[in-house]
Design a protein around this ligand. Structure first.
Ligand code: FMN
Length: 187
């Protein structure tokens, strides 16, 4: 399996780091596009360096490298995940304004009818955010916000990250054991 992974400047860059770690553990090829704002949130929100995160990916492309392979539909992939997805990147995707490689790769993913999963992060939402989500969903994107669940009784931040990452893998049909599935209420 081969995925394009976009990291953009929403809070929760740690979701993207965990996603890349899991893809590596599962042997899934990851083609990483890291925005400038995502690099900033990485430094502000975590103790990881940009090069540590980049080393988790199979290949890394500059966000300004508009001629890189993911900018073409002829570069075959099994889909793309933007994790986290900022409201600005959502706006670019929803309007088809592909002025960087991440936005172009998302546009290509939609036009080729491949899965595009957007792990959005913002609260509260204004009407522009909500309208952009609707437009992206109508174009075929899956809106999968970073929205922690508690039915699996998380004890650590890693439990919360694994749940979100596992939900994204479920959408892509990738098997994993990142969280315990709901089996109904215990007696
Ligand atoms: C620490 C930090 C946290 C941020 N959190 C969010 C957020 O949760 N959601 C969001 O849409 N933008 C957030 N932003 C703003 C985006 O980073 C900003 O809009 C940026 O231009 C997004 O660019 P990109 O989509 O190209 O990465 C945050 C910025 C910083 C510095």
């Amino acid at each position: 399996m081969k995925l394009v992974v976009g990291l953009s400047g929403g809070s929760g860059i740690i979701y993207g780091v965990r996603f890349l770690e899991v893809l590596r553990e599962l042997g899934v090829e990851s083609h990483l596009i890291f925005t400038a704002a995502a690099k900033k949130t990485l430094v502000l929100e975590t103790d990881y360096t940009v090069s540590q995160v980049e080393s988790l990916a199979t290949r890394v492309y500059g966000v300004g490298d508009i001629a890189a392979p993911p900018s073409s539909g002829s570069f075959k992939t099994d889909g793309m995940v933007v994790i986290p997805c900022s409201m600005k990147t959502l706006a670019g995707i929803a309007s088809g304004y592909s002025d960087n490689l991440l936005l172009r790769a998302a546009d290509v993913t939609l036009k080729e009818r491949r899965p595009l999963i957007l792990v959005l992060r913002e609260t509260p939402l204004n009407i522009i955010h909500i309208q952009n989500m609707l437009r992206a969903a109508q174009a075929g994107a899956v809106i999968a916000p970073a929205m922690p669940a508690f039915y699996h009784r998380p004890k650590t931040i890693e439990d919360l990250l694994n749940h979100q990452v596992g939900k994204v893998l479920d959408l892509l049909g990738v098997e994993h054991n990142l969280f315990e599935r709901w089996k109904g209420a215990k007696q």
